[in-house]
Design a protein around this ligand. Structure first.
Ligand code: G3P
Length: 218
């Protein structure tokens, strides 16, 4: 399973990249706002900065909601760097735009997906990635991980090549659950990725090894 980091924070992206396990980055307008990146030019520069760190797929979201606007914005974003994946919301004009981008060889991430029906449309339009939002479904007492599993099964059954990118991941446990249902990618906060490392038996075992080494080597 590939790991993307779900942030626009350059320090966190660098830290995850330095761990040697980072495959890409996802951003959205809320994450860009969180970093205070104001103005279109600064935002585009920020995407290029991210691409220069990770050398992996970087999702950059269009903010237009009409077909013509999405095409214009998506083409501009894709021209910024070969690593850019154009993130498009799962609405009617978005599906149409994904079909257009797929014909042009521009990679896409269909975002804000909350049902298998939406994921089916994204795959039929030729999306590179589909992003079911796990945490937000859990927030309304639905089962976000179950949706990821259903989409994985549907794509395997029909042979769709769209990759299932589990998004709105909130915890280390979510990451493990993504592995269990066969997600292709999980995009996670840095804290959830680091949480995978934690085990008390690793800590106590390492401490004992170091003590025993010291006892024979001084
Ligand atoms: O990848 C989508 C993500 O940024 C949304 O996460 O926690 O706002 O639901 P969250």
């Amino acid at each position: 399973m590939k790991f993307f980091i779900d942030t626009a924070n350059l320090e966190q992206i660098r830290e995850a990249h330095d761990m040697g396990v980072l495959d890409g980055v996802t951003t959205n307008p809320s994450l860009m706002a969180k970093e205070g990146i104001k103005g279109v030019e600064n935002q585009r520069k920020h995407y290029i900065d991210i691409c220069n760190i990770v050398q992996g797929d970087v999702s950059a979201e269009v903010i237009s909601t009409d077909y013509a606007g999405m095409i214009r914005e998506g083409e501009e974003l894709a021209a910024l760097n070969p690593h850019i994946v154009v993130k498009v919301p799962c609405i009617a004009d978005g599906i149409k735009a994904i079909k257009y981008f797929s014909g042009k060889g521009i990679r896409t991430n269909c975002t804000l997906v909350f049902s298998t029906g939406q994921a089916l449309l994204a795959a039929k339009a030729g999306a590179t990635y589909v992003s079911p939002f796990v945490g937000r479904l859990d927030d309304i007492s639905e089962d976000g991980i179950a949706l990821v599993g259903q989409i994985v099964e549907m794509y395997r059954y029909y042979g769709y090549t769209t990759q299932v990118l589990a998004a709105s991941i909130r915890s280390t446990r979510h990451i493990i659950q993504c592995v269990e249902v066969g997600a292709d990618v999980a995009t996670c906060p840095l804290s959830a990725i680091k949480g995978l490392l934690k085990h008390p038996l690793t800590d106590s075992g390492l401490q004992k090894f170091l003590e025993d080494y010291k006892s024979i080597n001084g």
